[in-house]
Design a protein around this ligand. Structure first.
Ligand SMILES: NC(=O)c1ccc[n+]([C@@H]2O[C@H](COP(=O)([O-])OP(=O)(O)OC[C@H]3O[C@@H](n4cnc5c(N)ncnc54)[C@H](O)[C@@H]3O)[C@@H](O)[C@H]2O)c1
Length: 360
C-alpha cells in the first residue's frame, strides 16, 4: 500500500515527537518540515532524513504533502492549517486546536470546504486507564455520568515561561494554565460527560509574577445530561502533585484516573516519569480490578517510552483515518469544544456569571 506523504510545521520541542513518529510509521513518507527558524529546520530535516523549508506555502507547493502536522505555538496553528487544507492536505494540529474560537471556525470551515480531515492531538485519550474508563462509561456501568471532576496541581517554574518568547503572554499564547496545560483533561471531561450546557469560572495568577496569564483556574459545569462538573487546575503547586479526572455515576459507582503523577511533563524538556493509573474503580463486582489494572499499567510502562508512545499512536490513527476515509480519533469539532471551555471560563470571569454553550 502506498505511503501518505506527510509534512511537519514547527521543528522544536514537541515537533521532535512528531518527527520521530513520521520517520518510523509504516503509513508515512516524511517529505518535508518547515520552521521559520531556518537553522532549526535544516538541523531537524537532517536528523529525520527529510527536506527543510522556512515558509509553509513554498513547502506545500514544492512537496505536495497529503497530510500536514502542525506543532507551532497555538495562536499560529490556524494560519498553517488553513493553507494546508486549501492545498488539499489533511491536517493534524497540536493541542489546543487554536487559542480562539474564531481561529477554530476558520480551520474547521477550511477543512470542510477542501474535503479534508482536521484532527487535534489529545494523546491522553489513548492512555489505557482512560480507555478503560471510557469503555465502562459507554457500557453504562456507572449509570448516567453524573459528576465529572478534573483536578490538576502541577508546577511550571519561571525558567519554563522564559524558555520561549511566546509563553505566558495573552497575545502570543492566548492564555495560561487553561490554554496550555489543561486541554488534555478538559477534553477527557467532555469526552466522558458529554455536551456542556453552561460553565461558570474564574482564574487568577498565584505565584508567577513574571507572566501575564492565569496559573490557576476553577470552574463549575452543568452538562446537558443533567450532570455537574468541577475544574480546579493550577501550575502554582510546587512540587507538582497530580492531575486526575474522576467520573461519578448516577448508580453510585465511580471511575477515575491519575493521568499525571507529580508535575505534568514538558515535551522536549522532561519525560513522563510515572504511568497513568486508575485510582478509583468502584463499579460493583469490579472493585478488585484496580490492583490488576495497576500491575498491567506498571508493567507496560516499563516496556514503552510513554513520552512519545501515545503521540505515535494518535498520529498513526490519523494516517489510517485518511486511508480509511473515516474521522480521526479527535476531530476539529471536538477540539473546538475544549477552546469553548477555556473561552467560557475567561468570559465568565469578565462577565461575572455563567456562560451558555455552545458559543457561536
Ligand atoms: N500534546 C502534547 O503533549 C504537547 C506537548 C507540548 C506542546 N504541545 C503543543 O505543541 C505546540 C508547540 O509547542 P512546543 O513546546 O513544541 O513549542 P516550541 O516553541 O518549542 O516550538 C514551536 C516551533 O514553531 C516554530 N514556528 C513558529 N511560527 C512558525 C510559523 N509561522 N511557521 C513555521 N514554524 C513556526 C518556532 O520557530 C518553533 O521552532 C503548542 O501548541 C503546544 O501546546 C503539545
Amino acid at each position: 500500500m502506498s505511503k501518505i506523504r506527510a509534512a511537519l510545521v514547527g521543528c522544536a520541542k514537541v515537533g521532535h515527537t512528531h518527527g520521530a513518529a513520521l520517520r518510523t510509521l509504516d503509513e508515512a513518507e516524511f517529505v518535508a518540515v518547515c520552521d521559520t527558524q531556518g537553522e532549526r529546520a535544516e538541523a531537524f530535516a537532517a536528523r529525520y532524513g527529510t527536506h527543510a523549508f522556512t515558509n509553509v506555502p513554498r513547502m506545500l507547493r514544492e512537496c505536495r504533502p497529503e497530510a500536514v502536522l502542525i506543532a507551532t505555538p497555538h495562536p499560529i496553528h490556524a494560519g498553517a492549517a488553513i493553507l494546508a487544507a486549501a492545498a488539499g492536505a489533511h491536517v493534524l494540529v497540536e493541542k489546543p486546536l487554536a487559542a480562539s474560537l474564531a481561529d477554530c471556525d476558520l480551520m474547521i470551515d477550511a477543512a470542510r470546504q477542501a474535503g479534508v480531515r482536521l484532527g487535534v492531538i489529545s494523546q491522553r485519550r489513548l492512555y489505557e486507564p482512560v480507555r478503560r474508563m471510557k469503555a465502562a462509561v459507554d457500557a453504562g456501568k456507572i449509570g448516567r455520568p453524573a459528576l465529572g471532576v478534573f483536578v490538576m496541581y502541577s508546577w511550571r517554574d519561571p525558567a519554563y515561561y522564559a524558555s520561549d518568547p511566546w509563553r505566558g503572554k495573552w497575545e502570543t499564547e492566548g492564555g495560561g494554565v487553561l490554554v496550555n496545560q489543561s486541554p488534555h483533561q478538559l477534553d477527557l471531561l467532555q469526552w466522558f460527560m458529554g455536551p456542556i450546557e453552561e460553565i461558570t469560572g474564574c482564574w487568577t495568577n498565584i505565584n508567577h509574577p513574571s507572566v501575564e496569564v492565569d496559573d490557576t483556574a476553577v470552574a463549575v459545569l452543568r452538562f446537558k445530561n443533567g450532570g455537574l462538573g468541577s475544574i480546579v487546575t493550577s501550575v502554582a503547586q510546587r512540587p507538582g502533585i497530580w492531575t486526575k479526572v474522576h467520573i461519578h455515576g448516577s448508580n453510585g459507582a465511580s471511575v477515575g484516573v491519575e493521568t499525571d503523577h507529580g508535575a505534568s511533563f514538558v515535551a522536549g524538556v522532561s519525560n513522563v516519569a510515572d504511568p497513568a493509573l486508575n485510582d478509583v474503580w468502584t463499579i460493583p463486582g469490579e472493585e478488585h480490578l484496580l490492583r490488576e489494572f495497576e500491575a498491567e499499567d506498571r508493567a507496560r510502562f516499563g516496556q514503552i517510552d510513554a513520552t512519545t508512545h501515545y503521540h505515535r499512536l494518535q498520529i498513526e490513527d490519523f494516517l489510517r483515518a485518511i486511508r480509511e476515509g473515516r474521522p480521526p480519533l479527535v476531530t476539529g469539532e471536538e477540539g473546538r469544544i475544549v477552546v469553548e471551555m477555556f473561552t467560557a471560563i475567561y468570559r465568565s470571569q469578565r462577565e461575572r456569571g455563567p456562560i451558555a454553550l455552545p458559543i457561536r
